[in-house]
Ligand binder design. Structure first.
Ligand code: C2E
Ligand code: CA
Ligand code: CA
Length: 619
């Protein structure tokens, strides 16, 4: 009896003009049970194949596309077809030839929701099949989710008025009656898709009430709420009734103006601004005036936004710029403004970082990484902090990106390496088994003195090289792949280990895993945090564990925030875990605080309630 696998019945399009490669791929697909394989030699043939299935997207499995296919803009095509968040998504495996591949870069980076996997051409059959299975699984997940959503909508439609009202409340902001952020994003996505196709214009206004928190503080939330309602009514009167208008934050509104040019949108925004400026708001005896800052981004922008989230972000950035420039202003999004802002930030931080390096204003914190099979601490990750002027601790997200842009990151990397090794050297002998994982920046391997620093420091302190693991991200290889690999090998020759950090955050992660000589794969925290209630994340983590295991690498999950997630990960087969459930980053190594969790990890006890667990716990 043969078992029918619905995935194998999907149509696979092989868009490859090189007949040898096309035959090879077809053979591989057939050997793996795929029967409906269609071929395209040119870009337009892909659309010819797709057209009859426009209302049955589930029949299409995936497209294997040669990056050089004649008459085909492969990047644009894959972007437009592979990013849908529902069942209409068509995943892509893109075969990159050496000639077109950007030098030193394995592939065009593609993050986010697009189901694209890039690999070298000619395709390695084993990797190709792994990629196909992985992408088809993700597509199936999206289709399922869409079906569930549709089912839910149908059920709701057939039920009573009370439920309809509940539905309205879920989609709307209770205070103002405007749609909420989720609904706004969903509707904006539809509008953007349609406008793109029909080449229609439109603009998004991001409206932020200036100094709103002041009114809240002085007069209380009731008055603040009343102001928001009155402003909503005011703006509503100024724009067409059909405009999509949403409250997306406490005092933040988004308004989409369909069929309006940039110029027209600017005029409307100015009208809103001046109307609010002239508006008077009374609370008892006191009369307040309010003002708004407005950011605009338009669909015909020189650098058009691809997704609703991006469009909202651009308009928010423009609005922030209006605020920086004195509030009560209208500002259109301009990429350069964002750059100017970043530049200002850089100029502010550079002397602070230089001083911190000179005067050792940095310090290290340590977060345990725990073995999930028994709760023992495997090692600690070293995380840098800066001491601020006022004694406050500054976290790396504030200064590392600036340091990277301004070429100061290498000095920081060396500082951390030296200080981490010194730290190990000063530990008492009973702690001589403790080892550390050190983060290296993306550009660490551009400088040969890194190797020298590590070697000299280890010789000087007699610290065993096996006690060091270096965490690197994919970006380490962006500039020079060969040099990076060479350097990793040299540092490994000393006896140190490597971990590939933030794994899965970019879609070429699997490519890097194949070529980077690393010992650990550190699964990005975004897949871990919602593992308990997100089936897709669980599927993804499972496939990462499977692939890492096949390649002989150990897996680490970061952002393990609850004991239940730790248990889930243990069940999935992840080797190590790190996160608040085991311990936050601390100034000292805290031995023994993993004990309670160790008991749970060791037993096969049923899931625990997180709150119950915390009560009895010592961490
Ligand atoms: P990363 O390497 O991914 O480090 C993990 C970050 O997640 C750390 O933030 C850590 O405090 C935080 N974290 C740990 N457990 C949890 C959890 O359960 N939940 C949540 N929400 N977060 C958790 P941190 O220390 O602020 O570091 C941020 C990033 O800065 C690091 O990300 C790393 O990319 C960079 N960084 C930190 N230290 C260094 C360093 O010494 N050198 C270099 N080059 N980069 C560093
Ligand atoms: Ca890290
Ligand atoms: Ca990470």
């Amino acid at each position: 009896m043969t078992v029918c696998d619905p995935i194998k019945e999907k149509i696979i399009i092989v868009a490859e003009h090189d007949s040898v490669s096309a035959n090879q791929i077809t053979l591989t697909l057939q050997e793996n049970g795929f029967s409906d394989i269609r071929h395209a030699n040119r870009g337009e043939q892909i659309y010819d194949i797709l057209r009859p299935f426009h209302d049955q997207p589930e029949k299409i499995g995936l497209i294997i596309l040669n990056d050089n296919l004649p008459n085909c803009q492969s990047f644009e095509m894959s972007q437009s077809l592979s990013c849908a968040t529902d069942g209409s998504v068509i995943p892509f495996v893109i075969l990159m030839s050496v000639a077109t591949k950007p030098e030193g870069n394995q592939s065009r980076t593609d993050t986010g929701k697009c189901l694209v996997y890039q690999m070298d051409s000619p395709a390695d059959p084993r990797i190709l099949m792994l990629a196909i299975h992985f992408l088809l699984q993700l597509k199936r997940e999206r289709t399922l989710r869409q079906q569930q959503e549709e089912q839910l909508i149908n059920e709701l439609a057939s039920k009573s008025v009370i439920e309809a009202k509940l539905k309205f409340l879920a989609a709307h902001d209770e205070l103002t009656g405007l749609v909420n952020r989720n609904t706004f994003e969903r509707q904006l996505r539809l509008i953007m898709n349609l406008s793109n196709k029909l080449k229609k214009e439109g603009a998004l206004l991001f409206i932020d009430v200036d100094r709103f928190s002041l009114i809240n503080e002085l007069e209380g939330f009731d008055v603040g709420d009343r102001l928001l309602v009155e402003l909503t009514i005011l703006v509503r009167k100024l724009v067409p009734a059909s405009s999509l208008f949403a409250r997306i934050g406490a005092d933040e509104f988004c308004l989409f103006l369909e069929n309006k040019t940039k110029k027209q949108a600017h005029i409307i925004a100015e009208t809103i601004r001046t109307t609010v400026e002239n508006f008077r708001f009374f609370t008892g005896e006191i009369c307040y005036s309010a003002s708004v800052s407005i950011g605009i981004t338009s669909l015909d922008n020189a650098s058009p936004a691809q997704h609703p989230g991006e469009m909202i972000l651009h308009s928010r950035q423009a609005c922030n710029f209006a605020k920086i420039n004195g509030r009560d202003k209208v500002k259109a999004y301009n990429q350069d403004d964002v750059a100017i802002k970043e530049r200002r930030r850089d100029i502010y931080w550079v002397p602070i970082i230089r001083k911190a390096l000179r005067e050792s204003d940095f310090f290290l914190m340590f977060q345990p990484v725990v073995q999930l099979n028994n709760g023992d601490i495997s090692h600690y990750e070293v995380l840098i902090r800066m001491r601020g002027e006022d004694g406050k601790t500054i976290t790396p997200d504030q200064f590392i990106p600036v340091a990277e842009r301004m070429g100061l990151i290498h000095a920081i990397d060396l500082w951390v390496v030296e200080n981490a090794i010194d730290f190990l050297a000063t530990l008492p002998s009973y702690m001589s088994r403790i080892s550390l994982a050190i983060n290296l920046s993306g550009s660490a391997f551009q400088y040969p003195d890194l190797l020298q620093t590590i070697r000299e420091k280890l010789e000087l302190t007699w610290v065993d090289a096996g006690r060091l693991t270096f965490e690197i991200t994919e970006t380490a290889a962006v500039d020079n792949f060969e040099r990076t690999r060479d350097m990793i090998n040299k540092i490994r020759d000393l006896g140190c280990k490597f971990a590939l950090d933030d794994f899965g955050a970019g879609f070429c992660s699997f490519n890097y895993l194949k070529t980077f000589p690393v010992d650990y794969v550190k699964i990005d925290g975004q897949f871990i945090r919602h593992l308990e209630d997100n089936e897709t994340d669980r599927i993804l983590v499972k496939s990462m564990v499977e692939i890492a295991g096949k390649l002989g690498k150990k897996t680490i999950a970061e952002f393990v925030e609850t004991p239940n997630i730790a248990l889930r990960l243990k069940d999935i087969g992840v080797n190590l875990g790190q996160g608040y459930a085991f311990g936050r980053p601390e100034r000292n190594l805290l031995d023994g605080h993993q004990v309670s969790l160790a008991i749970i990890l060791n037993s096969n006890s049923p899931q625990v309630s997180n709150s119950e667990f915390r009560k009895n716990d010592t961490f």
